[in-house]
Each structure stands twice: as C-alpha cells, then as structure tokens.
Design a binder for this molecule. Structure first.
Ligand code: NAP
Ligand code: MG
Length: 490
C-alpha cells in the first residue's frame, strides 16, 4: 500500500524538462511613442505629459504614451458627440457590418495582439492567445448580431441609444475589457471615449489602428491614454451620458459618489472574493484542475478568481495533497514562452500589495505553502501560494488579493458552505464541485453571486451575462442584458 502510494506521488510530481518555446516578436511593431486616438485619427495631444509603459516580466520600456488632460478629454468627448448624430441614425445593419469587420480584423491580427498583450501586461502567451483575443473577437461578433435586431430583443418599446459613453477599464484583461465595453455600446448606437489602464495601454492603441483599418466612421471610438486623473475627467465630463467602469471597489465608490444627481447612467464591475466550494462527492482530480484554473489563471489578477477554497472536511487531506502536488508542476517564467503557466505580476505596486497581504496572512497565523519555484531576477514575480489554517476573520480571507494566492477553509454541511461562501462584502462569482445535479441547483439558488460555475471555473462566453452583487458592483456585461445599460427603453 505504502509503495503504491509512493509511486503514485512520484508519478504525479514528475517534472518534465521543457525546451524554451518563445513566441516570436518579429512580427510586432511597437511605436516609440503614441498620440491619442480622437475623431478617427491619431492626433497630437494638448497635454505635454507622457509616461512609459513597461514589460513587467523584464522591466524594459516598451513605449511612451500621453497622459491626456482636460483639453484632450473635452476634444474626445466633442468628437464622440458629433459622431453620435450620424452613428445613431445609420441603418442598424450597417452598424452591424462595422462590428463584424472589427471582429474579423481582431481574428486576422490575433497573433500580433496576443504578443503585445503579453508583453505589456505580463500574462502568459497561451492565455492571451487562447482566451483574451478569441473572446474579444467573439464579443464583437456576438454584438454585431444584435445591432439590427434590437427591436426584436426588446419588443413593444422603441430602443434608442443614449449618447456618448465614457468607459474606464483595468489592466488584467486589457483588450477583453475593451471589447466588453465597446461592442455593446456601438451595437446599440452609442459612441465612446475609452481610457485603458496606465500599465497596459498598448492593445487599446492597436485597437485604434483596427478602427481605422475597419474604416469605422470618425469619432465613433476615441481612445485616451492616461492615469486615474484622466479617467476621472472622462467620467465627469458633462456631455458623457453613460459611464461604464471596471476596476477596484474603492474607485467604483468614488465614481458613484461623484455621479450622484447628474442623471448619468452608471454600471460598475468591481472586485471579488469568490468561494470555490468542493463537496466530498466531487471528482477530485477535476476539482484540482478547476481550483488551479480558478486562482492561478492570469496570476490571480482576475476579479472573479476563486480565491477562497471551501473544502468539505472529510476530503480536506486528499484534496490538499493533490493540490500541492499540482502546484509543484506549474511553470512560472517568461510570459512569451508557450509552456508558461504563470507569468509576471502586472506592476511593482501590485506585487507589493500581494506581498503585504501574504505577510499579514502569516502574521495572523495561517500556514503558508509555496512549491519550490525559481523566480527570474528581473521583473515582478510571485510564486503560486496557498494558505491553510485560515480563519474567516483573517485579511487573506476577506480582502481581494488579486494575485496567485489561495486561502483554504473547510466546512461540514451544505448550510455551512453557503454561510461561509456568502460571508463577504463581494458577490461576483462562485464555484460548486459535486457529483449531484440537485446539489448544484440548491447551492446556485443560495449563492449571492452574479455567476455560479458548476464543476468548472472561469468560463466566459459573450452570450452569458456577467456582473456582481453587493460591493462587486451592478449592471451586467455580456448577453442581452449587456445591451440594457446602453439603451433607452421608454
Ligand atoms: P483601479 O485602480 O480601480 O483602476 C481601474 C481603472 O480606473 C484604471 O484605468 C485606472 O487608471 C482608472 N482610475 C483610477 N482612479 C480613477 C478615478 N478616480 N476616476 C476614474 N478612473 C480612475 O483598479 P485596478 O487596480 O486597475 O484593477 C484591479 C481591480 O479591478 C480589482 O479590484 C478587480 O477586482 C477589479 N476588476 C473587476 C472586474 C469586473 O468585471 N468586475 C474586471 C477586472 C478587474 P490607472 O490605470 O491609471 O490607475
Ligand atoms: Mg505595461
């Protein structure tokens, strides 16, 4: 028995040597400096301020972008307002055609976009190649389909666009968040001014090029780079009629406060602290893959990450053993290498935040586990980490870490699982692992979370609405629901 167990573990922990398999960057052209995309072309900014965007895996500067100021924001909003007059009136099937065209170009330029996304943000190329870019194209494709069917989608009312949408997005899925924002806005006949995150502006600037290639009418999409200040100028501009924000709960609350009484429409997609719940009858090997995908995908820089693992007490030991073995096989390193599972942390500030929260976990008494893992010398890195012995009151169980850090807790009964899972100010997602369909439905009814995955995790599809409860925000993106914030229905 002991021998059989040992050989099983030896087999599972076997490490294979992989030859480096770096994706080529020859086909990618990153300009030394970028201007702003306003009124259908790249224009010189009024602002004299510029800042670098770097590759977080080696700290090398990739390019310099503008920090757009008040005058730039005003120009972009005016261009969008002007474009709205004609864009909102052209035949819906013509709008659809532009969106289909953008979707096709995203597919054609997928390799270039994936490489740039990985260089600018640090995520593994296999994720940008297989998840971010295909899903971005799929979002445009999906909403292109709705553009000329709005009256069937919302019968007996005359759906009308709202006007200029001001959109601000984070750095964890730069192009995908752009697609979630721009595709439904345009399909509904609105025009947009979008600000990408400070650390990941490059794919949005490539998207500006794609708008030109698609011959999208001038001013329908405007892209302004900048920091938080630029974001706040975009959302507070009086001619912006609809604000869509994805980012931290802290900034979300700030925006909500600042928009109170303005009559602007607002949707917020904020943070999360999802529970991934494994019952004793779950297929453990599949659950381990789901747990790993849930928290180590994109270095845990995922708002709906399964950062709290709730394990039924009776299977705690075998599950943890399997999980620790699996962690040892994850490959961390060059994000451009096709074999890499865990890439770089997006920025120095984010690395410090993760390290600080991990330290608090140790101080509060949780038990830390990290597999043997060599970190590259340059760049920002954090090894896959898990904590056991976690109490619900610890910061690592309450606060969003936004890094590759899992907190493991246990439960005995389904009621206790529900109570612990919902014991959070957030409510973006949850995962349930069990053999019983009835239990999945029972749990799904009780989870205060926008998305509940069953026997899987981190699955996205443009047809499926995504969004939060409580401090995870409000409004939905994706699906038919994703059109509602961009339409006037009465
Ligand atoms: P963040 O600091 O809130 O930033 C998000 C965006 O807002 C960035 O473009 C940022 O610019 C900008 N910004 C900062 N201050 C602003 C202000 N006062 N007014 C307007 N815009 C402002 O969040 P982050 O650290 O980049 O992103 C991580 C957070 O986003 C996590 O909490 C995560 O859960 C959440 N998130 C949620 C979802 C979702 O769908 N629910 C998806 C992805 C991420 P700078 O880049 O220059 O700071
Ligand atoms: Mg960068």
């Amino acid at each position: 028995m002991a021998i059989a167990k040992r050989s099983r573990i030896e087999l599972a922990t076997q490490r294979f040597e992989y030859a480096p398999a770096p994706e080529s960057t020859d086909h990618v052209k990153i300009e030394k400096r970028y201007d702003l995309f306003i009124g259908g072309r790249m224009v010189k900014a009024h602002s004299q301020k510029r800042f670098p965007t770097i590759n977080p895996s080696n700290e090398e500067k990739l390019s310099e972008v503008v920090e757009a100021d008040e005058v730039d924001v005003d120009r972009a909003v005016k261009a969008a307002s002007k474009a709205f007059d004609s864009w909102s009136r052209i035949g819906p099937s013509r709008r659809a055609r532009y969106l289909f065209r953008i979707s096709r170009i995203l597919q054609e330029r997928a390799r270039e976009l994936a490489v740039v996304e990985t260089m600018d943000g640090g995520k593994p190329i296999k994720e940008s190649r297989d998840v971010d870019i295909p899903l971005s194209a799929a979002h445009f494709f999906y909403y292109a389909g709705w553009a000329d069917k709005l009256e069937w989608a919302f019968p007996n009312v005359k759906p009308r666009p709202i006007g200029v949408a001001g959109q601000v997005i984070p750095w964890n899925f730069p192009l995908l968040m752009l697609a979630w924002k721009i595709a439904p806005a345009l399909a509904a006949g609105n025009t947009v001014v979008l600000k990408p995150a400070e650390t990941t502006p490059l794919s949005a600037l490539l998207f500006a090029d794609i708008c030109m290639q698609a011959e999208l009418p001038d001013g329908v999409v405007n892209i302004l780079t900048g920091a938080g200040k630029t974001g706040s100028l975009v959302v507070s501009h009086p001619a912006v009629r609809k604000v869509a924000f994805t980012g931290s709960t802290e900034v979300g609350k700030l925006i909500q406060r600042s928009l109170a009484g303005t009559g602007k429409r607002l949707t917020l997609e904020l943070g999360g602290k999802a529970a991934n719940i494994v019952f004793e009858d779950a297929p453990l090997d599949a659950a381990v893959e789901g747990i790993v995908n849930g928290i180590y995908f994109n270095q845990g820089h995922v708002c709906c990450a399964g950062s709290r693992l709730l394990v039924q007490e009776s299977i705690f030991e075998p599950l943890l053993e399997k999980l620790k073995i699996r962690l040892g096989t994850l490959r961390l390193g060059d994000p451009l290498d096709k074999n890499t599972d865990i890439g770089a942390i997006n920025s120095k500030a984010q690395l410090e935040k993760i390290a600080g929260l991990v330290e608090s976990g140790v101080e509060e008494g949780a038990e830390l586990y990290q597999p043997e893992c060599k970190l590259p010398e340059r760049g920002y890195w954090f090894p896959p980490t898990l904590f056991t012995n976690v109490s619900q009151s610890y910061r690592i169980a309450r606060e969003e870490i936004f890094g590759p850090v899992l907190s493991v807790l246990t439960f005995r009964t389904p009621d206790e699982a529900v109570e612990k899972a919902n014991n959070t100010p957030y409510g973006l997602s949850a995962g349930v692992w069990t053999d019983k369909g009835s239990r999945i439905l029972w749990m799904a009814e009780r989870m205060r979370a926008g998305v509940v995955w069953a026997n899987t995790f981190n699955r996205f599809d443009p047809t499926s609405p995504f969004g939060g409860y409580k401090e995870s925000g409000y409004g939905r993106e994706g699906g038919l629901h994703g059109l509602l914030p961009y339409l006037e229905l009465n």
